[in-house]
Design a protein around this ligand. Sequence first.
Ligand code: FA5
Length: 345
Amino acid sequence: MEIITKINQWISDAKSDAQEARSEAELFDLEKKYLGRKNGLLTNVLKSIKELSDSEKKVVGPRANEVKKEILTIINNQRKQLQEKQSQSTKTIDVTLPGKKIVSGHLHPLTIVQNDIVDIFTRMGFDIADGPEVESEWYNFDAVNVPDNHPGRDMQDTFWLRAEKGKKQSLLRTQTSAVQVRYMEKHTPPFHVIVPGRIFRHEATDASHEHTFHQFEALMVGNDISVANCKHVVSVFFSQFFKKDVEIRLRPGFFPFVEPGFEFDISCTVCDAKGCSVCKQAGWLEIGGAGMVHQNVFGASGYEKGKYQGFAWGFGLERLAMMKYNIDDVRLFHSGDLRFINQFR
Ligand code: FA5
């Protein structure tokens, strides 16, 4: 049968064509020539089988399918060979090729904000101090006037660490106020210092609460430091941090380590105090606690009680970053989501 001779011939044609092919594109054209859905030589044969007599159909159909498989195998084998050759040749380095672009790292938004804060206070002459994240019960609670069984301990749910036999349990510090007495033991007033740092609380998370977050503590102590000094320093800081005038409001608040104590609110910088979702339409945002250092804290530091007075505050760093960059969920900071982090490149 003439058609059978023809399609048998295609096998050897395809073989020699495939051997001559120098690229995968050429092999693709070859595949199209024999097997392409539109006008492929074998495809056309198979399409026109219905026009053949029954006896011809029985021979031509199966043979055309066999030839189709063979040609496909020939082309695929040749493709594999080409790929192997190519991977061997790419093992030699072409030094003239342009280099890959190296993506450099960048600072995390919380680091940017912490650096800003440190810069502003350094310009105001403040010292910068640090303390351990794994802290003793003494510095975190007792020394700052929160003895065992004091209801103030319930304000900050604590991660306690397993203690060695006979030793006191340590904890992950729940507040940067833990550094107050550590600093005062080594320094004599007058001084002014800030303590930025990471802290931990065993509490449920939501859009404005994390179990791991940052605060920055301020401590200014001397012979005649007053609430007026505190308000002034805070207002200079916020105006510089947000690069615009920010109003400040004090409300009474209770913290065992200060007397009197207050909460600091600042006018919402996102909506200029007009009311928005960030400030929950109030125009004001709570930023942290503050007050005049309790004389018991001076006592725990080894100072004579009644000799000095000073203020302290503890502000949430994430809250400030959220206001500065209009971020509506504190959990984004530790999410590791590059779509978020890379916006601060
Ligand atoms: C304190 O931690 C006191 N040590 C602050 C203080 C220092 C008062 C010195 C007086 C003198 P408080 O628990 O309210 O207070 O936390 C202070 C700020 O930390 C809050 O206003 C808030 O901005 C931030 N903060 C508290 N809990 C969280 C949390 N779970 N996630 C993120 N930020 C938080």
